[in-house]
Write a protein that binds this ligand. Structure first.
Ligand SMILES: NC(=O)c1ccc[n+]([C@@H]2O[C@H](COP(=O)([O-])OP(=O)(O)OC[C@H]3O[C@@H](n4cnc5c(N)ncnc54)[C@H](O)[C@@H]3O)[C@@H](O)[C@H]2O)c1
Length: 401
């Protein structure tokens, strides 16, 4: 094996967001295979990357493709089985969010990575945004002190992508039809879990989840498809438009997550908050807002703090920008999800080449993804707190070949 990772992509839509990044990182990674059940999608990729092998069957790609690693960007319910098959076939895996559906699956995923020594990374790209990495850098330096509270929200009106043009459900619609809980937790939880050292210095102990009514999705269906659409029948949707999850950590810190895939509102996808003994961070809520921060010892300190004492996060760019962003600003800003897509792929292939733990490893993937089954159980049991299972970190001997 030379110093290039041969990559396969499974799932050609989201996978396509990485086209430019693949070209930029061509000294480390070479696309050799594409798999999509849609043959037109496969041909599109082959036009864009001449010479790559195309497959419409994932198992066949595993048997016949020449590649070291696979990026799994297929519908969520396929992630676990495709990941396990790839790891067992000796491939490294970068998998879209989230990792697996059940606690048993998450345990098996951890055990398989430990046994095979293949790199597994979850492609949680919001962790890597410029602001989120700057806050991560500050937490690594202990600037917030002990953490007492964090908040993460992912709010994205997905109603149009829950339906095909003829009114039947896409996989995104099918998924929420039967599941009442926090079924997409990693964009909200991932960044704050990194800041709080979840799985390193702190653990999530128990969690409660509540879901709202599903008035917004029903309103959309009525307007778009008319009163006779079958998805307007009573009891059709288990899901609620808004889901709130609270988490208690071993340190005593609290986390609140909002997952909201169906509220009718302009684009304003994520927000975050971090409160420590020595500082507070508030990400922007409105269009054009600046991220705000107050840090004891660095911001102004009056006896009586007022609203004027907040700093813009950017006041600390020179001193506290994360080194990754300092080094890659001009490249990363061009790519999707605030640069996240660039860093994800770079980190995945670098961790394979350097035979080391990736930045979002299997223990973090399991802990963050476990909120899905834990939240489903909590909602089913009236919102009572459910213990969050632990996936104790072991030293994995990562092997490239
Ligand atoms: N991290 C992010 O910001 C982000 C953004 C978008 C999507 N995603 C995730 O990426 C994944 C894909 O999302 P999407 O928006 O591209 O969905 P999509 O429905 O637009 O595309 C899914 C693609 O997978 C293909 N596919 C379906 N079954 C397959 C199989 N068995 N083998 C190979 N290909 C198969 C489909 O033909 C389609 O081209 C999901 O897990 C989603 O949650 C993440």
């Amino acid at each position: 094996m030379d110093n290039i990772v041969r990559l396969a992509v499974a799932g050609g839509n989201r996978g396509g967001a990485f086209n430019d990044t693949l070209k930029l990182l061509q000294d480390k990674v070479k696309l050799t295979c594409i798999c999509d059940v849609n043959a037109d999608k496969v041909r599109e990729w082959q036009d864009n990357f001449p010479g790559i092998k195309g497959f419409t069957d994932y198992d066949e790609m595993l048997r016949q493709g020449d590649f070291d690693a696979v990026f799994i960007a297929t519908p969520i319910k396929l992630h676990f089985s495709q990941t396990i098959k790839a790891l067992e076939a000796g491939k490294h895996v970068l998998c879209e969010v989230y990792a697996a559906d059940t606690l048993q699956q998450l345990s098996l995923l951890v055990e398989t990575v430990e046994r095979t020594g293949k790199v597994y990374m979850m492609a949680e790209n919001y962790v890597y945004s410029r602001e989120n990495m700057m806050i991560y850098n500050m937490t690594q330096q202990g600037l917030f002190g002990p953490i007492t509270f964090a908040e993460g929200a992912y709010i994205h009106d997905c109603r149009p992508i829950r339906f095909n043009a003829d009114g039947t459900l896409t996989w995104r619609g099918e998924q929420i039809k039967n599941e009442r809980g926090n079924t997409y937790p990693t964009h909200s939880l991932g960044p704050v879990a990194k800041w709080m050292g979840i799985t390193e210095t702190d653990t999530m102990l128990r969690s409660s989840t509540f879901c709202s009514q599903n008035a917004s999705i029903r309103n959309y269906i009525r307007k778009k498809f008319g009163d006779g659409h079958p998805a307007l029948a009573d009891g059709f949707w288990a899901y609620g438009d808004v889901t709130i999850t609270t988490i208690e950590c071993a340190s005593g810190a609290l986390i609140v997550l909002r997952f909201d895939g169906d509220s009718y509102r302009p684009h304003n996808m994520t927000w975050y908050q971090l409160q420590g003994v020595n500082g507070c961070y508030l990400s922007p809520r409105g269009w054009g807002d600046d991220p705000l921060i107050w840090l004891d010892g660095k911001s102004s300190l009056n006896d009586d703090l007022t609203a004027k004492d907040w700093n813009k996060l950017w006041d600390f760019t020179d001193e506290l920008e994360h080194p990754l962003w300092k080094a890659s600003l001009k490249d990363a800003e061009k790519f999707g999800h605030g640069g996240g897509d660039y860093f994800i792929l770079d980190e995945f292939v670098s961790s394979i080449l350097e035979e080391r733990r990736p930045f979002i490893d299997v223990y973090e993937a399991a802990a963050w993804s476990s909120i899905v089954p834990v939240s489903l159980e909590s909602v089913q049991r009236g919102g009572i707190p459910i213990d969050i299972p632990q996936f104790p970190r072991k030293e994995i001997c990562y092997r490239r070949g």
